[in-house]
Ligand binder design. Structure first.
Ligand SMILES: Nc1ncnc2c1ncn2[C@@H]1O[C@H](COP(=O)(O)OP(=O)(O)OP(=O)(O)O)[C@@H](O)[C@H]1O
Ligand SMILES: [Mg+2]
Length: 243
């Protein structure tokens, strides 16, 4: 089932066409990677999907609803969650409280006790239940990433947009993040869309399908290994074969 659909979406900044008539579909539960050189429109595409920007042209359909002009806070309860490149937790709140905030943010009405109970479930699923009473500011960068994932998951998303969640991480930590993402997909049937910068190994492990952006357009999309070995992708982006 198609969960998210972009139809000829365009976003301009003055004379720059940051995203140029892009069509994109995301299936329920799929793992999609988005790559492309600097300035190719990846972040703008994310901001259009999450509602930070409204497209100049085109439509965005999520779960059968037209969300094109909808603000971000109205998209979250529909099942659209994102993480940020730089996580901004409430530092003096505990891990459990931070995740509970996610639960409350995702629903129109939920009391604090219920949100805290739900937070525990998500902390267990992500594997950081043992950290629940720690202040968020005391976490390591990896632990913060996991907390960010638990918090996003607490919003009950149908789709999770990850903004460079693996950037700057040790390879063994990347492995752990990917395992956790696969678990979320399997157990919660959440589609995961991830921007994976300069981490080709991570892309091949994580993504079933890849979209390559180039100058605001979709250069190519398809099955991961095939796309990453396409001569056009090698030329504009990679400079060498990866798999
Ligand atoms: N708020 C903005 N105002 C003006 N121009 C912008 C804005 N955001 C993006 N752009 C321009 O739009 C184009 C696409 O930028 P975008 O940030 O989406 O690319 P990106 O693929 O995320 O790049 P990077 O890999 O460097 O993060 C670039 O030319 C950029 O300079
Ligand atoms: Mg970017």
């Amino acid at each position: 089932m198609v969960l998210l659909k972009l139809e000829k979406v365009t976003k301009k900044f003055g004379g720059i066409v940051a995203v140029d008539s892009v069509d994109l579909q995301v299936e329920q539960g799929e793992a999609l990677g988005i790559v492309g050189p600097n300035g190719s429109g990846k972040t703008t595409l994310y901001n259009l999907i999450s509602g930070v920007y409204t497209p100049d042209e085109g439509r965005i359909i999520f779960d059968g609803k037209d969300i094109t002009g909808m603000p971000p806070h109205a998209r979250t309860p529909l099942g659209l969650a994102r993480t940020f490149q730089i996580p901004r937790p409430f530092g003096s709140a505990t891990v459990r409280e931070n995740v509970a905030i996610g639960a409350m943010f995702g629903r129109a009405s939920m009391d604090v006790e219920e949100a805290l109970r739900e937070a525990d479930e998500h902390l267990k699923l992500i594997g950081i239940y043992n950290l629940r009473n720690k202040e968020a500011k005391l976490l390591t960068p990896l632990e913060k990433r996991f907390m960010e994932l638990a918090r996003a998951l607490a919003m009950k998303p149908k789709i999770l947009l990850l903004d460079e969640v693996m950037a700057g991480m040790h390879p063994s930590d990347i492995e752990k993040i990917i395992e956790t993402l696969q678990k979320i997909r399997k157990e919660e049937h959440v589609a995961v869309v991830s921007m994976v910068e300069h981490l080709m190994h991570a892309i091949t492990k994580f993504a079933e399908r890849v979209v390559v952006m180039h100058q605001g357009r979709k250069l190519i999309e398809g099955e991961t290994a095939r796309v990453l070995n396409d001569p056009r992708v090698i030329e504009v982006y990679l400079g060498k074969r990866v798999v």
